[in-house]
Design a protein around this ligand. Structure first.
Ligand code: OGA
Ligand code: MN
Length: 282
């Protein structure tokens, strides 16, 4: 097994392993590298649904896709209940998975829940020739490199995380449209998270859409959040992943943000995904 850092911001590429047949020792090395680099890219895997689920269970307890993400099976979509399909493919007009071909803005997964997941695992089954790249941003580094004055302004504040919209900006089936910030529903979290496994401090922003600092008037919160987000989307903190079939990417959802480019809906993109519960407490 070789673990090679990708860039100065975050991420490491792992080669020379088969995730379907990984010794306990190699798994521990992989897990430690993941905590350190925040994102792991494991190349050239050929996993079945079962081997993806078995590997994912070594990372932690799995969270199932919400019932509102009802999907049809077939044509590349996964059939095991533990696997979420992320895809633009449709069968008889019905999506086999979530997110379609749209751009997904910067976010961490399900931060609008009281206990957001620790990690997500995304496995590339079919990839278009171009488009659909996924970028990751290091929120330890974003906080560490923030001007002290800005840190001081936000460090004791809490953010409300909107639950109504998906990461591609569509309204969830079980949600009501939100017109102004006072109507937002979703969990409230401290702006600075102490990572329960590493003990390091990271910014925990969720996503920009409909977010607010609950201690501030809305207009003040909007201006401050704009400054924070401008700092965080600095490319110094980012790795952009260009997918190949067989790539498996694991991100730490507590200390990273991710976004995805749109892609041509005339092409096929099929990903299988699992989500790991956060069973660790700071
Ligand atoms: C996700 C997600 C990005 C992608 O599955 O949570 O944001 O590249 N996916 O499809
Ligand atoms: Mn996501």
């Amino acid at each position: 097994m070789k673990i090679k850092p990708i860039n100065a911001a975050l991420g490491a590429e792992v080669t020379g392993i088969n995730l379907a047949d990984l010794s306990e020792q190699d798994f521990q090395a992989l897990y430690d590298a993941w905590l350190h680099y925040c994102v792991l890219v494991v190349r050239q895997q050929s996993l079945t649904e079962n081997s993806l689920v078995s590997f994912s269970k070594r990372m932690g307890k799995l969270e199932l896709p919400p019932a509102s993400e009802a999907r049809v099976s077939g044509d590349g979509g996964a059939s095991l209940p533990e696997i979420w399909t992320i895809s633009n493919v449709t069968v008889k007009g019905k999506a086999i998975g979530a997110l379609g071909n749209l751009e997904a803005d910067w976010h961490s997964d399900m931060s609008y829940r009281p206990a957001p997941p620790a990690a997500s695992v995304l496995y590339a089954r079919e990839i278009p020739k171009s488009g659909g790249n996924t970028s990751f941003a290091n929120m330890y580094a974003a906080y560490f490199n923030m001007p002290e004055s800005l840190k001081a302004e936000i460090s004791r504040l809490h953010v409300r995380h909107d639950s109504a919209y998906t990461s591609v900006g569509t309204l969830r089936a079980d949600s009501r449209a939100v017109e102004d910030l006072s109507e937002v529903e979703g969990a409230i979290h401290p702006t600075i998270l102490v990572h329960p496994e590493t003990g390091r401090e990271a910014l925990f922003l969720g996503r920009r859409l409909n977010a607010s600092f609950i201690e501030l008037p809305n207009d003040v919160s909007e201006r401050l959040l704009d400054r924070v987000w401008e700092h965080c989307s600095n490319s110094d903190f980012v790795y952009e992943h260009i997918w190949e079939v067989g790539d498996l990417v694991i991100w730490d959802n507590r200390c990273t943000l991710h976004r995805r480019d749109a892609f041509d809906n005339g092409t096929r993109r099929v990903m299988w995904r699992t989500q790991i519960k956060n069973t660790h407490v700071a």
